[in-house]
Design a protein around this ligand. Structure first.
Ligand SMILES: [Mg+2]
Length: 195
């Protein structure tokens, strides 16, 4: 194997990857003020597919990390979460690399370090994909999203819908497309790949 091929193999296998971690409700689908578990109630906001496409072309992994305590409350099941995820994937052309969700709630079944503002879902993805924290971002519409990222030293972009902006957020965005544009402008676009 020649040197360029060895280098390409090394980069493919061992290079740390950059990632945008995404909260779900209020980021990938519209916040409707109640639990979203029926795909028919899941509304894709304008600009979401374009935002994800821009980030993917720039070389980012796209990983969803979402609290789904409605499962602990008995409101819906894991199958509902997967059905909603399939609808989101269909809307964006299967650009999402992984979905992590936390079904637990301390008042209904058990506490969990996976539940945001704790960061176990993010830690699992970092270990699985070899993610570089210092090249990655967390995008969310709740303070607990930004806090979960901060615990892993990952910068946060806060989508400002209904909560005061956390002091630790790097940027406050109007929506996911605004968040994506900020991430890309702050890093000069990063590595490019073809879709
Ligand atoms: Mg949310």
């Amino acid at each position: 194997m020649c040197q360029p091929e060895k280098r390409r193999l090394f980069l493919t296998c061992y290079a740390m990857k950059k990632c945008v971690f995404l909260d779900r409700d209020g980021v990938l689908n519209e916040e409707i003020g109640t639990y979203v578990y029926n795909p028919d109630d899941l509304i894709i906001p304008e600009g979401m597919p374009e935002a994800l496409r821009k980030l993917k072309v720039a070389g980012y992994l796209l990983v969803v990390v979402t609290n789904q305590a409605g499962i602990a409350m008995g409101k819906y099941t894991r199958d509902h979460v997967w059905a909603c995820h399939e609808k989101i994937q269909a809307a964006c052309g299967n650009l999402l690399d992984a979905l992590y969700f936390c079904p637990y709630h301390p008042d209904h079944d058990t506490a969990s370090l996976a539940r945001k503002p704790d960061s176990l879902m993010i830690e699992k993805a970092i270990a699985r994909f070899g993610i570089a924290r210092d090249q990655s971002w967390m995008v969310g519409d709740r303070q607990r999203d930004i806090e979960a990222g901060r615990k892993q030293h990952i910068r946060g972009v806060f989508i400002n819908i209904h909560e005061p902006t956390p002091e630790t957020a790097t940027y406050v965005a109007r929506n996911l497309l605004d968040a994506a544009d900020y991430i890309l402008s702050s890093e000069g676009g990063g590595r490019r790949s073809e879709l």
